[in-house]
Design a protein around this ligand. Structure first.
Ligand SMILES: Nc1ncnc2c1ncn2[C@@H]1O[C@H](COP(=O)(O)OP(=O)(O)OP(=O)(O)O)[C@@H](O)[C@H]1O
Ligand SMILES: N[C@@H](CCO)C(=O)O
Length: 320
């Protein structure tokens, strides 16, 4: 679920008076997502998404997230456009939260993506990287290795409840990352969470990217590594080389990877898998059973960490 905060029709009506998007016809909470409260609005001028930012989003980051969507949309990337209020701002206050209205994107996310979908994602990711080059705002990645450490400190002592030996395994990985993480690769604005549920399709054609709330400045190849993890594994945990090949070839057709980026891909992919394992593990151990939030399986990603650990060259991901 992701409706943590209820909104009454009266308060929503008053909030929307600050916008020029017509009269409210209907609204309903959206169950998907886990970070913020989202509502689908229908007004006399069309459909919109209303987001109330919950506690994990630092309000100081909203100009970066919302400004980035506007910047990317202006460069032809299909992503939501924040709607400006009559006073020009893109956020307001609603039900005790900071809130924004963004445009609605048509399409649906793919539960079982094919190689054709992976190809579309590769193109979209590289296009996003190129389009973000002149975005003026900066946001360091809160989930860099130091951020992973903090998360890990909160889970370490209970990690073996999930699988015996996990704490020692992850400790050893941290030592490897802190020694070998690449630093001098091309960097810029990355999405940092481009999972299937954040990419909409109409048939096999990509129709839009959403959820920019982890976007930040970091290595471009790290974003590629995140997508390999998110798109190219099968439900049984095996890596699908056809999907990897499709995603990487499409990415490189727009933004070719340097030799140094190619060489770094295995460690970046292993780090990306660890990053998602850690957020999932933290949630797994801290969200009470019975809460309405859907908990995601951390073990899916420790299996991916193990897979990447035995990769010797990015060609094993399908990189040409
Ligand atoms: N611009 C949009 N157009 C259409 N639907 C949208 C849009 N933005 C969000 N949604 C819908 O709302 C859901 C939740 O959005 P989003 O993924 O941004 O939420 P979140 O709480 O940040 O979730 P996450 O757990 O993925 O971080 C999406 O799965 C989608 O169904
Ligand atoms: N994409 C993340 C969750 C939201 O960021 C995951 O699958 O763990």
């Amino acid at each position: 679920m992701a409706v943590y905060t209820d909104v009454s029709e009266n308060e929503l009506g008053a909030f929307l008076k600050e916008y020029s998007i017509g009269d409210l016809l209907s609204y309903k909470g959206i169950a998907e997502g886990s970070e913020n409260s989202n509502f689908l609005l229908h007004t006399s001028s069309g459909s919109y998404i209303l987001t109330l930012y919950e506690k994990r989003v630092d309000k100081g980051d909203l100009p970066f997230f919302l400004g980035l969507m506007e910047h990317l949309a202006g460069k032809g990337i299909s992503c939501p456009l924040p709607v400006h209020r009559r006073d020009g701002s893109v956020t307001g206050a609603l039900a005790g939260r900071t809130a924004a209205v963004i445009t609605f994107l048509e399409g649906m996310w793919m539960r079982r993506p094919t190689a054709a979908h992976c190809r579309e994602v590769g193109t979209a990711l590289a296009s996003l990287h190129v389009a973000g080059v002149d975005f003026p705002l900066k946001r360091p990645n809160a989930l860099d290795i130091a951020g992973w450490r903090k998360l890990w400190e909160g889970s370490h002592d209970r990690a073996d409840e999930v699988e015996k030996g996990l704490a020692a395994e992850v400790d050893a990985d941290f030592a490897a990352f802190e020694r070998n993480w690449p630093k001098d690769l091309p960097a810029g604005v990355i999405h940092a969470d481009l999972f299937p549920d954040n990419v909409f399709f109409l048939g096999e054609k990509l129709s839009g990217l959403i959820d920019f709330y982890f976007a930040c400045n970091d290595l471009y190849a790290y974003d590629v590594a995140i997508c390999l993890n998110a798109w190219c594994f099968e439900k049984d945990g095996s890596f699908n080389l056809t999907k990897g090949t499709a995603l990487l070839a499409a990415y490189q057709a727009v933004r070719p990877l340097s030799d140094a980026e190619k060489q770094a891909l295995p460690i970046l992919a292993r780090g990306a898998a660890l990053r998602f394992m850690l957020t999932r593990l933290y949630d797994w151990l801290t969200i009470p059973d019975g809460a309405l939030v859907q908990k995601r399986d951390p073990m899916e990603f420790i299996r991916k960490v193990r897979f990447h650990r035995q990769i010797n060259s990015a060609s094993e991901y399908g990189l040409k």
